[in-house]
Design a binder for this molecule. Structure first.
Ligand code: TXA
Ligand code: MG
Length: 321
């Protein structure tokens, strides 16, 4: 598709843009919108046909359920069959924000994707997302607005390039976190981390106490309690190779030219911050850029093995799988 055609799908989220987007959603269509983490592809969570359109556009396997976005805690409670005290505490502390809570699903809400009895919910912190939730009056099921397994979009342009058939993208500028929300399962005795993300474990533990961690390398769809954690995910077109040392890595099997993604204090083609939050904010945009530049190989220097880098290391290992 030519640039002029897809640029028409990118809409300014002023009063007119928001009311057009809300009308599309109410008529059973899908709309992409910014959140503080990444852009989402939204549809009315109660409209199974509209939700089906998300799966079709993304080519997402149907066993992988979607996060439902709501405007406030009351709207989240209304989608849950059971709202534990931990959910109430965490919501009060971190919403609006990049934390997704998995709870028992209310029976009037259709199963979003996989036919399990839970629902993942969050209140996003982006003003445009909140405006859209209020303007539409709907809970919005929304995965990241990229083709399944691709890199999540952190700008409106990333969305239209990954999903050329998307009817509309509200343009809220670049996402401030740039990495997906942390997903926490509250259906068991102990909160369980399903996906490390923007909200750090340290901060979560301070609020929730002990948190059970997932095992490494969950095979594709094998662990249905955490269906989205397939090994290959968040991947650019280029082959991604991780290394502990850029200079000593064996490059003989790698197709040239090789882009090197590293962080401050080291050499590279693309250099990101040595601060994990800043690195995460720029990571996907850097991968999109290196893909656009046509590098067949991206060599990435592994960040330190500390908990602060957990979410970034998780995404890097999936990009390389
Ligand atoms: O930051 C984010 O979370 C972004 C923005 C748009 O909100 N959304 C996002 O959605 O990353 P998605 O679909 O790309 O990832 C959702 C993750 C997947 O790993 C999925 O398997 C998991 O949440 N998930 C959704 N519903 C679930 C449920 N009921 N039980 C367990 N995991 C669930
Ligand atoms: Mg995604």
């Amino acid at each position: 598709m030519t640039a002029s055609l897809w640029r028409d799908r990118i809409v300014v989220p002023d009063a007119g843009g928001l009311s057009r987007a809300a009308a599309l959603l109410r008529s059973g269509s899908v709309v992409a919108f910014p959140t503080e983490t990444v852009y989402g592809l939204g549809a009315d969570a109660f409209d199974e046909k509209a939700v089906g359109e998300i799966y079709r556009l993304k080519k997402r396997p149907t066993w992988n359920p979607l996060i439902v976005h709501v405007a406030d805690v009351a709207a989240a409670r209304a989608l849950a069959a059971d709202w534990p005290d931990t959910a109430e505490d965490l919501a009060a502390r971190f919403w609006p924000g990049p934390l997704t809570l998995v709870v028992r699903r209310a029976s009037h809400l259709p199963g979003i994707g996989a036919s399990n009895d839970t629902v993942a919910v969050r209140v996003p912190a982006h003003p445009v997302a909140l405006d859209l939730l209020r303007a539409s009056g709907l809970p919005l099921a929304a995965p990241s607005a990229n083709r399944s397994e691709g890199i999540s979009p952190t700008t409106a342009e990333h969305v239209v390039r990954s999903l050329p058939d998307v009817p509309m993208v509200l343009d809220g500028g670049p996402c401030s976190w740039g990495i997906e929300s942390t997903v926490l399962d509250l259906t068991g005795d102990v909160p369980r981390l399903l996906r490390p993300g923007a909200l750090s474990l340290r901060v979560l533990r301070d609020a929730a106490g002990p948190i059970a961690l997932p095992g490494p390398g969950v095979e594709d769809g094998a662990d249905r309690s955490s269906p989205g954690m397939s090994r290959r995910h968040y991947a650019p077109r280029a082959r991604v190779v991780l290394c502990e040392d850029v200079l000593s890595v064996d490059r003989s099997g790698l197709t040239e030219p090789i882009a090197v993604l590293s962080y401050e204090g080291t050499d590279g083609t693309e250099i990101l911050s040595a601060d994990p939050r800043e690195y995460a904010a720029d990571l996907y945009a850097a991968l999109h850029r290196l893909d656009d530049e046509g590098y067949p190989t991206i060599l990435i220097l592994q960040p330190p093995r500390t908990e602060d880098w957990l979410a970034v290391r998780d995404r890097l290992s999936r990009a390389a799988a």
